[in-house]
Design a protein around this ligand. Structure first.
Ligand SMILES: [Zn+2]
Length: 503
């Protein structure tokens, strides 16, 4: 059934945990204040005066209710949600119809269990009376409906004591103070560290070594200190000052006034090198399978790896000197390194860890320049012509490719066999801005051919279905991607419809 002539829909805006962290990382790099949690970030993004800022933020929506409707009668809340799905309005995939109080309790327990695994934060569930007629009869008191009930999860906070404050050095050299805590259990996990973000944050919350604090943990996020419990102070607490020299390499810290973040400026700092290599090897970058954090740290500590490109000089024997490696696991690492050499330009650019160049911008640059040589030669003026790039980002890219050391690493990577497919520029724009996912076999194309067709028309192909997918093309014997498409309310089309789109 088509949507009614007039319908007012209600929805809720949220921000995913990973998007929230990326946003905060970017803000940190730019020296801007950080959002405390995804909820504040989402709310703050909506409150912007400039809608362009809101549009640039990674927000998601779930539709959950209606206001005025003309030309259609609904009997139940469930019917409304099912209609939303048919019209392509995203409904939370975890909604469920419970037939009695037992069902509600089971549902609450189920959601409590998966809560931490969701890619967004929730603080409870809402139970609603399904029959709209009953809803009308129950009515509301002082603007809150008597037919809906919010049931919150128990808190995931606990109090503990700060034993010490240590400093971590990140990939960009940023210094992050970390509280070392008396181990405490929060929401089923043992917590012994919490991030303190930066010196300003420590001063704002007046956090001292020895303080008793309220610590909060949410999902896979690093736990953080909510506040100091000042009544518990004994007078023996000590104030913390960020060191003036890098705790890892001893270089004098740079902390320009007006910037929140203090940095170790030494690009060869072992702490920075470790983080750079972890970033380079990560799934979104070169995707070196099995090269975990511990191994990277050992490789740097042993002096096997002094720059990113050294990874591709590693031999099986090198891995065999590391703890826990045997013949087979060492060979697996060599194979994984070999496999990672076949990559794409955007992955490589992202992996190099150029300041301000995240996954999205890496893709934009890859499409625009096609190969790394053209990008290294690009002037700031040329970079500034790209809509996504402002003066600060252009300067950062130019800086990166001006550094002799960086150019050496790039040459080395190429010499050691890192290859990316040079993408042909799209010739049409029929599919511009659209993302496709394929599932099942097609009669007229291989996957690779279908992908080329999409890219030629300016579209993108992804290997997994998300809420941002425009179409899922369903061939013979489709897999689980079809279920996922339905769950997310993503439009599905068959091969014939796909051919019509591209021709
Ligand atoms: Zn350092």
């Amino acid at each position: 059934m088509p949507p009614p002539r007039l319908i007012e829909v209600r929805w809720e805006v949220y921000m995913r945990r990973d998007d929230f962290h990326r946003l905060n990382q970017e803000r940190e790099r730019r020296g801007e204040s950080l959002f405390a949690n995804p909820r504040n970030a989402a709310a703050g993004s909506l409150r912007q005066l400039d809608p362009k800022v809101t549009a640039s933020r990674p927000l998601g929506v779930f539709f959950y209710g209606i206001g005025r409707v003309e030309g259609r009668e609904f009997k139940t809340h469930w019917e409304i949600l099912q209609s939303f799905l048919k019209w392509g309005l995203v409904v939370n995939p975890y909604v469920e119809l419970c037939s009695d109080i037992e069902g509600c309790i089971n549902y609450f327990n189920k959601i409590s269990e998966i809560r931490e695994k969701l890619d967004y934060e929730i603080d409870g569930v809402v139970f609603k009376v399904n029959q709209l007629e009953y809803q009308r009869r129950l009515g509301e008191i002082s603007r809150s409906p008597r037919w809906a009930l919010a049931y919150k999860f128990p808190s995931i906070q606990a109090t503990t004591r700060i034993r010490d404050i240590k400093v971590q050095v990140g990939r960009t050299g940023a210094l992050t103070p970390v509280a070392i805590l008396d181990t405490v259990e929060i929401g089923g996990a043992r917590v012994s560290r919490a991030t303190l973000h930066n010196q300003d944050e420590i001063e704002r919350k007046d956090i001292r070594i020895g303080d008793t604090v309220l610590v909060q943990r949410a999902g896979d996020v690093i736990p953080e200190v909510v506040k100091v419990i000042k009544e518990k102070r004994t007078g023996r607490e000590r104030k913390f000052e960020l060191p003036s020299y890098c705790p890892v390499c001893g270089t004098k810290i740079s902390h320009p006034s007006g910037e929140v973040v203090a940095r170790c400026p030494n690009i060869s700092c072992p702490a920075r090198l470790k983080e750079s290599i972890k970033h380079f090897a990560s799934k979104q970058a070169l995707d070196i399978e099995g090269l975990g954090d511990k191994i990277v740290e050992a490789l740097v500590d042993k002096g096997f790896v002094k720059s990113i490109s050294d990874l591709y000089r590693l031999k099986k024997e090198d891995f065999l000197t590391l703890e826990g490696f045997a013949e087979k696991s060492a060979q697996n690492m060599i194979d994984a390194l070999e496999r990672s050499k076949n990559t794409t330009l955007d992955r490589l650019l992202y992996g190099l860890g150029i300041r301000h160049v995240g996954q999205h911008l890496a893709r934009v640059l890859a499409e625009r320049f096609g190969d790394i040589e053209s990008l290294t030669k690009a002037s700031e003026q040329q970079l500034l012509q790209i809509p996504e790039i402002g003066p600060e980002v252009a300067a950062s890219i130019k800086d990166f490719f001006t550094s002799r050391e960086n150019l050496r690493v790039i040459r080395e990577l190429e010499k050691l066999g890192v290859r990316y497919e040079k993408r042909e520029k799209p010739t049409g724009d029929k599919l511009k801005g659209l993302t496709f996912v394929f599932t099942g076999e097609l009669d007229n194309f291989t996957r690779e051919e279908a992908k080329e067709k999409v890219e030629k028309e300016g579209g993108k192909v992804s290997s997994s279905v998300s809420r941002r997918t425009s179409y899922v093309v369903v061939g013979k014997n489709p897999g689980s991607k079809l279920d996922k498409a339905r769950r997310y309310g993503v439009k599905t089309i068959n091969e014939e419809e796909f051919i019509r789109l591209i021709s």
